[in-house]
Design a protein around this ligand. Structure first.
Ligand SMILES: N=CN[C@@H](CCC(=O)O)C(=O)O
Length: 338
C-alpha cells in the first residue's frame, strides 16, 4: 500500500534555517492518491521519489536483514541539502513509501528452521513485486522518471516490469553491483530479480558493472557467456585491481551496449566500499566512483529510473544513519543534475 507524504510529513524532517532554502522546502507532494497517473502527468516535475523499506527479499536470499532503514535516512539527508542553481527541489515530487509492514510482520512469524521457510518468504516477495511493478507502471505512464530507495535488490524485478509495461516494450538495465543477481528461478528473492525479468522478457539487454570475481558462480558465468548479444559485464578486479580497463572507458562501453532503448539504472550499495549492507565489503568502488556512475547515466536521454538498494544503516547508530543518508542523497542529486 502506498503511504502518501504531504508537506507536513516532510516539514518534520527538514531543519530550516533563516536566509537559506533547503531542497525539501521546494520539492512537490500530492494531497491524495486519487487519479495518481493524471495528477503526476499534470505535475511539472521530472522525477518522482519513493521508498521501499523492506528486507524480505534479502532474507529469502539467505542474507542479513536491515535494508528497511535506508529510505528514511536517505530522504532526510536529501531534504536537508541546499536548494540552489545546482540542486533544484522543484524538479522532484516526493510520493511517499510502499508500506509493507504487514508483510514484514508476517515474515517474522515464519520459523527459519522450517523446511519451507525460504519458499514462504518468496511468496511474500512476489506480493511486493506486484505493488512495486504497479507503482512503477503508474509513474512511468505519467512520463516521469522514478527514483527508488530500497529495500532489497529483489525490487529490480518490479522496477523493470513496471517500467517495461509503462513504456510498452522491454527495457535495458545497467547494474552497478558486486553480484549478478541472475540466480536460478527458484522463487523470488534479492538474488534473482534480473533473471526473472529477463526470462519474462521485460528485460532486453543487461550490463553488470563491477562484478566481484569471487562472488559469481561458474554456472552463472556460463549462462552469461552464452548470450553476449544480450548480457555483458565487467569486473571490479579488472578495473580497480589489475587496472586492465579504465572506469571512464567502461562507462562509455556500457552506454554503447544499453543505449538502443530506455534503460534503468541500478546501484547496489554493497558494491561501494564499507557501506553497511547484507553483503558489506571492505574492498569495492569508492563513494565518488558510484557518484560518477550516477551522474554519467543520469545525464542520458534514455535513463528511465534510478534504484538505490541494499544499504542497511544501523538504526541505533546516528552517525551511520547520517553517513549513509548523505551517500544516498549525493547519488540522487548527481543523477538528477543537468
Ligand atoms: N542482492 C544481492 N545478492 C547477492 C548478495 C547476497 C547477500 O546478501 O549476501 C547474491 O545473491 O549473491
Amino acid at each position: 500500500m502506498l503511504h502518501l507524504y504531504t508537506n507536513a510529513t516532510l516539514d518534520a524532517l527538514i531543519s530550516k534555517r533563516e536566509g537559506e532554502t533547503k531542497f525539501g522546502e521546494k520539492v512537490k507532494t500530492l494531497f491524495s492518491q486519487e487519479n495518481l497517473v493524471a495528477q503526476l502527468t499534470k505535475s511539472k516535475v521530472k522525477y518522482v521519489l519513493f521508498g521501499i523499506p523492506e528486507d524480505i527479499g534479502i532474507l529469502a536470499n539467505r542474507g542479513k536483514a536491515g535494508a528497511t532503514t535506508a529510505w528514511k535516512a536517505g530522504l532526510s539527508a536529501l531534504l536537508n541539502t541546499q536548494d540552489n542553481a545546482f540542486n533544484k527541489g522543484k524538479r522532484v515530487l516526493i510520493l511517499g513509501h510502499l508500506d509493507f509492514s504487514e508483510l514484514l510482520e508476517t515474515a517474522e512469524t515464519f520459523n527459519p528452521k522450517a523446511a519451507d521457510y525460504y519458499k514462504k518468504l518468496s511468496t511474500l516477495v512476489a506480493k511486493i513485486d506486484e505493488e512495486v511493478s504497479y507503482l512503477m507502471f503508474q509513474i512511468v505512464s505519467a512520463g516521469k522518471i522514478p527514483i527508488i530507495i530500497g529495500g532489497g535488490h529483489n525490487n529490480a524485478y518490479g522496477n523493470i516490469k513496471g517500467t517495461s509495461l509503462g513504456k510498452s516494450k522491454a527495457i535495458n538495465v545497467v547494474n552497478f553491483d558486486a553480484h549478478t543477481d541472475f540466480r536460478s528461478l527458484e522463487g523470488r528473492h534479492s538474488g534473482n530479480g534480473f533473471s526473472y525479468a529477463f526470462k519474462q522478457s521485460f528485460l532486453d539487454k543487461y550490463f553488470m558493472f563491477g562484478l566481484h570475481e569471487n562472488y559469481t558462480s561458474k554456472k552463472i558465468f556460463k549462462t552469461i557467456h552464452n548470450q553476449p548479444e544480450r548480457i555483458q559485464y565487467n569486473t571490479f578486479e579488472s578495473i580497480k585491481i589489475r587496472q586492465e580497463q579504465g572506469f571512464e572507458f567502461q562507462l562509455n562501453r556500457t552506454l554503447d551496449f544499453i543505449n538502443d532503448r530506455p534503460f534503468g539504472v541500478e546501484i547496489d550499495c554493497d558494491s561501494i566500499e564499507n557501506v553497511p549492507s547484507s553483503a558489506m565489503t571492505p574492498s569495492g568502488f569508492s563513494a565518488n566512483k558510484a557518484r560518477t556512475f550516477a551522474s554519467f547515466f543520469g545525464k542520458q536521454k534514455n535513463a528511465t529510473y534510478l534504484h538505490l538498494c541494499e544499504a542497511a544503516p544501523n538504526p541505533d547508530d546516528a552517525n551511520e544513519l547520517y553517513r549513509i543518508g548523505k551517500l544516498l542523497s549525493y547519488l540522487i542529486t548527481d543523477f538528477m543534475r543537468k
